[in-house]
Design a protein. Structure first.
Length: 289
């Protein structure tokens, strides 16, 4: 932390960056229960390596990503909202078909940033988004992903209360199992970030481990494919989770399909890594598989 403090000043992060996430007041009229994760013992699964993928937003181009994943025998979780004002969402019939081969996770009802909503409305997005998917698929939905990666402590508790098993953030450069199962990070995002952006975001998110890993493990790599390939090698040696998350619409806009296939092929060739969905990973970490 002492090494990163001067960097925080250079990047314009306030000296108290370790306290950037205040605890918001509870939802009026709603008593938030004590999180159960604080009383659980999580397995570190020492030495074991995993590879998982997550695909956000439910854009129609997700079907192309699904085809590539199937080609290489990989598992993934698709986080899909019922609606999204920013871009198209695949029809319900396609979501149902996709669920036959992959895990479908919740991404709220309307793909809204929960941190800007009143608590009552945020709860409705969480609860109704889960119920919509479960009614559509006819099965339990265990996994959740925060839209835009935005969350706070109150929302983390609400996600647990909504009945999810775990939740994925957009916190980067992480390959370990979190103490809180509703704050899973990822190793790599299939998108370009300048090093200064990587470090700044890590500090703002209090992700000091991620900032350190970005430099010490990933060599400050800005190319997402190189970054992910490094993650695969690192996890194969040290254990942990190599987790690539992506937006298919982003891959399509950047004409990055060939490189995405390279990433999938490389993952399929890592025979020492166990292939899991996000939900399976959540369950394993809680001793349920």
């Amino acid at each position: 932390m002492a090494l990163l403090a001067p960097l925080a000043e250079i990047l314009g992060v306030a000296p108290g960056y370790g306290k950037l996430f205040p605890v918001p007041s509870p939802c009026p009229g709603r008593r938030l229960a004590t999180p159960t994760w604080g009383r659980k013992v999580f397995s570190s699964m020492p030495g074991e390596g995993f590879v998982t993928f997550s695909v956000d937003d439910g854009h129609p181009s997700d079907l192309k990503t699904a085809q590539l994943l199937q080609k290489y025998g990989l598992k993934a979780t698709f986080y899909i909202p019922a609606r999204n004002a920013e871009r198209k969402v695949m029809p319900e019939s396609q979501v149902r078909d996709l669920s036959g081969s992959f895990e479908i996770g919740a991404h709220t009802l309307n793909h809204v940033r929960l941190t800007v909503l009143p608590r009552k409305q945020a709860w409705a997005e969480l609860h109704d988004g889960k119920r919509w998917l479960e009614d559509l698929l006819g099965k339990q939905v265990d996994s959740f992903c925060y839209p835009g990666g935005k969350f706070d402590r109150d929302l983390v508790t609400m996600v647990e209360q909504a009945g999810f098993l775990g939740a994925r953030t957009c916190t980067l450069n992480l390959t370990d199992i979190p103490k809180n199962p509703f704050l899973w990070g990822v190793s790599t995002h299939a998108c370009f970030y300048r090093p200064v952006v990587q470090i700044r975001h890590a500090l703002l998110e209090k992700n000091l481990a991620g900032a350190w890993n970005f430099v010490s493990v990933y060599g400050s790599a800005t190319d997402w494919l190189q970054h992910f390939l490094t993650s695969l090698q690192h996890v194969s040696r040290q254990g942990g989770i190599s987790h690539l998350f992506l937006h298919s619409w982003e891959i399509d806009e950047r004409r990055d399909w060939a490189r995405l296939e390279t990433a999938f092929e490389a993952a399929s060739n890592m025979k020492s890594l166990r292939r899991v969905t996000n939900g399976e990973l959540f369950a394993l970490s809680r001793g349920r598989l």
